[in-house]
Structure formats: structure tokens, C-alpha cells
Design a protein around this ligand. Structure first.
Ligand code: PLP
Length: 390
């Protein structure tokens, strides 16, 4: 028995190394990686530029405290602000911590306005993390059960339902922010009409609320734009990142602009590791390689190809409810729980995922090639068909 705490139902495989979009297990078997460690490995595995940048940085210094100025962190904040239209960045070590910072910021914003019991509007099917605040904001009962009392100060509405948010505005004068994923990831790859995002922006402006986008999964180029909100044509006040930001090195970010900027001062928030020289270098290099290799265009093009090829391969197939997504964030919803597909794919040397019980999910590295895209569809479509027939 492993001494690792049993918090994941782990598949019976151990990887030893990877290259590009392939991973190899300890027996030498090869796998096509269409999951990226859940949207993390932006540049695939062992990208030579990232390997070198991390090694060089390790040879200079890994860590100094945020008690000092950190040049790599400042450069990364500049770059992220230039890409995102934001003004300030707080660096964390994970998505949950980035969202934790956003939630604290929203409460702080409320208190400054004289709202003593600030409330954040969150969505059904949302996932924001596993810390007490973020699990309270998450809509998954399984993630919350046994951890009560949850944090108060959240009200939940159906994702995409602007009228429901307007109704909350009328009865609850403590609202300070609306927090949501532009594309819900864990909840099952859900997108809504872009009118919703614009409507939330207008409502936030009218009410003086913060619009907060959790971009931990849909950000970092995965949709074909740097950030998911850019596909929707809106500019939030707060956007959080993690997962793909360091291409495998743990780093998160809470980016703020507009009325969310300038709120926190020394002592209001912090992190020992957040934005240290190593992780900041990894993120800066990830962004640079994304630009050099045109990975935003690649994500848009290859994502569209995968959806289109699946639509062709699964045309008329009973049991397929929907094929959807944006860029390289793709879900195939089936009419029944399909978790067993993950193990069947693994046996075939394919790393895929199932979320929300019935949605086969693909989150390939942004370097995924056309050849790999066709291979993925050619190998996964028969598995789905056999599963639905069986
Ligand atoms: C994964 C995820 C998180 C949590 O990130 P961690 O790094 O696991 O804490 C938060 N929000 C979204 C949208 C995510 O997909």
C-alpha cells in the first residue's frame, strides 16, 4: 500500500518521462497525451526551451522571498498585463489560491464600500478549487459534503441565466462580485450565449460589482485567445490563472484591473512561494514559446479540426448527446455515465478524461499537431462507439 493519502482514484500506471505530446510509462509503453495533466502541459513534455530556461534559472537562484523585488516576477506581471488588459497581478501557487485571492479581494472591496457581509454570486456546475472558500464557491456537493460549515457569502444562480442575477441584485444589497468560468471545465465543458457575458459586464458596471473570471482552465491560450473572456469580447475586473501558466511548474495568478486595482496593500495578502524566480521564469518562457510557435492559432485550428473530425466519425451515433468546446477545450457528452472509457483508453495508450460523469473531455497540449489530432479521433471514436454499443 502506498503511503500517499487516498484522495485520488489513481489509474494503475506510472510514467517515467515524456516528449512532446507523448508520455512513456515505466514499462516503456507509449501514450498520446490528450489531457496535459488536466490543462497544465501547455508546451507538452520536455520542451527544450522550457527545460533550458528552468535549468539556467535553477543555476542562478530558485527562490528569494517576496520581501524583495523579484525581476522575473515583475517581467511576468508586465507581460500578463500587456496580454490581458489588466493592471496588477498577485502570484499564487495554484488555481484555488488564485481564486482565494480573488474572493478575499471581492470581500475587501465590499468592506471598503461599507458592505459588512459581502456576497459573491457564483454559478451552478462551477468549479473553483478545494480550499474552504473555493470549495464553498464550487457547485459540486460531492466536493463539499463532510466539510461543513461552508463559508457563507455566496449565492448561486444557473450558469447563463442573466435574469437570475438581476433578481439577486434586486433582493440582495450585499452583492460585491459575480464569479464564473467563461467555459466551465470540471462541470462538463459548458459554454453559454456570449450575450450572457456581456450582460454580466453591464450589470457589474451598473451595480458597482466586480466581474471575476476564473480562467484557471480556459485561460492561457486554450481557447485560441490568451484568455477565455477575450473570446467573449468582455474585459473582467479580476481574472485568475494557474494550470497552463507554467506548463507544469506550479504557479497561479490573480490579475486585476479597473475598480479592482490598487485595493490590496502590504499585509493584506501574501504567499511565501508565490511568483518566485523559478516559477516566474517557467511562465515567462511558456508565454514566449507560445508566441514564437503561434500556439494560439494552433489551439483554435486544431481544436476546430478535432471537433469536426469527431462530428464526422460519430455522426448518427446513438448515445452521443453533444460535441462541443472552444479551441483545445473539448467535450463529448454521452447519454450515460462513461467513466470506464478512461481506463479503456489508457489500455490503448491514450490519455483522456471524463468529467461530470457523462462528458468525455480532451485538453491536449497546445502544441498538438494535425497528425496527432487525426490520430486521437481515429483511435478514440471507435472506443466511444464500442462503449455505446456494449
Ligand atoms: C483546476 C481548477 C481550479 C483549481 O486549481 P488548483 O490548481 O487545482 O487549485 C480552479 N478553477 C478552475 C476553473 C479549475 O479548472
Amino acid at each position: 500500500m502506498s503511503h500517499v493519502m487516498n484522495t485520488y482514484a489513481r489509474l494503475p500506471v506510472t510514467f517515467s518521462h515524456g516528449k512532446g505530446c507523448r508520455l512513456y510509462d515505466t514499462e516503456g509503453k507509449e501514450y498520446l497525451d490528450a489531457l496535459s495533466g488536466i490543462a497544465v502541459s501547455t508546451l507538452g513534455h520536455a520542451h527544450p526551451k522550457l527545460v533550458k530556461a528552468i535549468a539556467d534559472q535553477a543555476g542562478r537562484m530558485l527562490h528569494v522571498s517576496n520581501l524583495y523585488r523579484i525581476a522575473e516576477q515583475e517581467q511576468l506581471a508586465d507581460k500578463l498585463c500587456a496580454l490581458s488588459g489588466m493592471q496588477e497581478v498577485f502570484f499564487s501557487n495554484s488555481g484555488a489560491e488564485a481564486n482565494e485571492a480573488a474572493i478575499k479581494l471581492a470581500r475587501f472591496y465590499g468592506h471598503k464600500k461599507g458592505i459588512d457581509l459581502p456576497t459573491v454570486i457564483v454559478m451552478e456546475k462551477a468549479f473553483h478549487g478545494r480550499t474552504m472558500a473555493t470549495v464553498s464557491a464550487t457547485a459540486n456537493r460531492k466536493a463539499q459534503a463532510g466539510f461543513e460549515p461552508l463559508l457563507s457569502g455566496f449565492v448561486r444562480v444557473p450558469f447563463g441565466d442573466l435574469a437570475a442575477i438581476q433578481a439577486v441584485a434586486e433582493e440582495n444589497k450585499n452583492v460585491v462580485a459575480v464569479m464564473f468560468e467563461i467555459i466551465q471545465g470540471e462541470g462538463g465543458i459548458h459554454l453559454v450565449d456570449p450575450a450572457f457575458y456581456r450582460g454580466v459586464r453591464e450589470l457589474c458596471d451598473a451595480q458597482g460589482w466586480l466581474m471575476m473570471c476564473d480562467e484557471v482552465q480556459c485561460g492561457m491560450g486554450r481557447t485560441g485567445k490568451w484568455f477565455g473572456y477575450q473570446t467573449a469580447g468582455v474585459q473582467p475586473d479580476v481574472a485568475t490563472l494557474a494550470k497552463g501558466l507554467g506548463s507544469g511548474v506550479p504557479i497561479g495568478a490573480c490579475m486585476v484591473g479597473g475598480k479592482a486595482a490598487g485595493l490590496f496593500g502590504p499585509g493584506n495578502h501574501g504567499s511565501t512561494f508565490g511568483g518566485n524566480p523559478l516559477v516566474s521564469t517557467a511562465a515567462l518562457t511558456t508565454l514566449a514559446v507560445m508566441e514564437e510557435e503561434g500556439l494560439l492559432d494552433n489551439a483554435a485550428r486544431i481544436g476546430a479540426l478535432i471537433r469536426q473530425e469527431f462530428a464526422t466519425a460519430l455522426a448518427g451515433q446513438a448515445g452521443v448527446v453533444d460535441i462541443r468546446g472552444h479551441g483545445l477545450m473539448i467535450g463529448i457528452e454521452l447519454d450515460r455515465p462513461c467513466g470506464e472509457l478512461v481506463g479503456k483508453a489508457l489500455a490503448e495508450g491514450l490519455l483522456i478524461n471524463v468529467t461530470a460523469d457523462t462528458v468525455v473531455r480532451f485538453l491536449p497540449p497546445l502544441i498538438f499537431s494535425e497528425k496527432e489530432a487525426r490520430e486521437l479521433v481515429d483511435r478514440v471514436a471507435p472506443l466511444i462507439k464500442a462503449f455505446l454499443a456494449g
